[in-house]
Design a protein around this ligand. Structure first.
Ligand code: DGY
Length: 439
């Protein structure tokens, strides 16, 4: 745990916050991997670890690489990279390893998470090179590369059943945006009649007002039971799962990750892998149009089963710049939503449009701001030349953390923190990106 006195002091400086962020990463380090938060999430989570590596890279390069090496150490033979690795059991979390029943060593869950890892590895590589450490880290890059490529191929083979160039999520947890309203309608047909009794642990650590509802949890568990009944046969799941939604967030993130992996392929001189990735990029650039909703003028998720767009404007609607997409008409419509939302709340980017009747400022993924999503939105905008808007997102992230602490998420209305106040990925994003003064 970070020193409590440091957290409570009203006169905290930026350097104090840096020190606190590093202390949180060290405290949540379980030796080779970092837990998102010791109480609520006591295992290794896939995309959390990737973002965490960016934070470690600001003060301990070796440890940053190790975070991803440990994660990829849990990869299955078919390339699948699980969303949770249960390196050691902990009764404080539900559903634990016994519920997943994947029968793997190490024990893992049976679903994946947004593939940010390749983009992070590219960042780590660029940072090692810039520091003159390229020679020492090249063998580690060469060892990670085929594993990342295998994971990206797994997405092609098992998460894009219609071969559209998008990512089809088989579980809301897979998207990382557990209870986004984007999953409400697609979740309705899930049969929850056989879920049975269970005891949630999240609501004994956190206020239930922040967390997903019982109905959402019933659906989460029904989907785990479905996957388990197939013996975690990803082919069967991709054809028959009761929840199959092309997720705008994962689709944008994978497109970006494929671009970064193609750069790394060329760094390593692997032209054949680079060409394969170029094909995937081209397919995604074409296919992702399927996720543009003309009616709302936004990027959003789409149910593969019904073909319906969600119609929701969420923080992931703004990831097109991060994905490297450029389309004048769509960009203008997206930026108009950005400016409208920016004028309606003090802190960007709410996870749901505040104009939506379902907006709730502290309920997970129905309102709060996540620093990691802001990092992707902000860097994407800045890379696309939208520097003022990119800086607005970064500056808001900085203010939220500076004034409120290193929480999991924050209210876009008044900055109230939700989730734990010693969150690893918020600490990492603070150190790697948010902390610089407003320009
Ligand atoms: C949880 O348990 O809340 C997680 O988000 C699932 O990955």
């Amino acid at each position: 745990m970070p020193p409590p006195l440091l957290r409570k002091r009203p006169d905290m400086t930026i350097n104090d916050r840096d020190e606190e962020a590093r202390a949180i990463l060290r405290a949540n380090d379980r030796g080779g991997y970092t837990v998102p938060n010791g109480r609520v999430y006591p295992f290794q989570w896939n995309w959390d670890s990737a973002f965490v590596a960016l934070g470690f890279d600001t003060f301990d390069r070796n440890r940053a690489w190790q975070e991803l090496e440990t994660l990829l150490g849990a990869q299955w033979e078919n390339g699948f990279l699980p969303h949770i690795v249960f390196w050691q059991d902990d009764p404080g979390y539900f559903p634990g390893p016994a519920v997943w029943g994947t029968g793997r060593t190490p024990v893992t869950s049976g679903i994946t998470q947004p593939p940010v890892a390749a983009t992070v590895v590219r960042k780590l590589w660029d940072s090692a090179e810039a520091a003159g450490d390229g020679g020492a880290y090249r063998p580690r890059l060469a060892a990670l590369f085929p594993k990342l490529l295998a994971w990206h191929r797994w997405f092609r083979d098992f998460r894009d059943p219609e071969q559209r160039g998008v990512v089809v999520a088989m579980h809301p947890w897979e998207t990382g945006r557990d209870n986004s309203p984007e999953w409400d309608a697609p979740g309705e047909p899930i049969d929850i009649s056989n879920v049975g009794d269970y005891v949630r642990r999240d609501t004994s650590h956190l206020d239930a007002k922040m967390r997903p509802t019982k109905l959402e949890y019933d659906r989460y568990l029904a989907l785990v039971q479905f996957g388990r009944a197939t013996g975690w046969d990803h082919g069967r799941i991709s054809r028959k799962n009761p929840f199959r939604v092309a997720d705008i967030g994962m689709s944008m993130i994978l497109l970006r990750a494929n671009r970064d992996l193609a750069v790394l392929a060329r760094v390593l001189g692997d032209e054949s892998a680079a060409a394969e990735l170029d094909d995937l990029i081209e397919r995604a650039e074409r296919g992702i149009s399927w996720l543009w909703d003309d009616k709302t003028g936004t990027w959003c998720s789409r149910d593969l089963v019904t073909g319906r767009h969600s119609g929701f404007i969420t923080s992931t609607s703004f990831l097109s710049f991060y994905a490297g997409l450029a389309d004048p008409a769509r960009d203008a419509a997206t930026l108009a939503h950005f400016d409208r939302i920016g004028a309606s709340v003090p802190y960007l980017m709410p996870s749901l449009d505040p104009a939506d009747p379902g907006f709730q400022m502290i309920r997970y993924w129905r309102g709060p701001v996540w620093a990691v999503v802001n990092y992707m939105i902000g860097t994407g905008l800045t890379e696309a030349g939208e520097t003022d808007r990119g800086e607005r997102v970064r500056g808001d992230t900085r203010t939220l953390i500076e004034r409120n602490g290193l929480y999991e998420a924050f209210s876009p209305v008044d900055g109230t923190g939700s989730g734990g106040d010693d969150f690893s990925w918020t600490s990492a994003i603070w150190l790697a990106w948010a902390r610089q003064p407003r320009s």
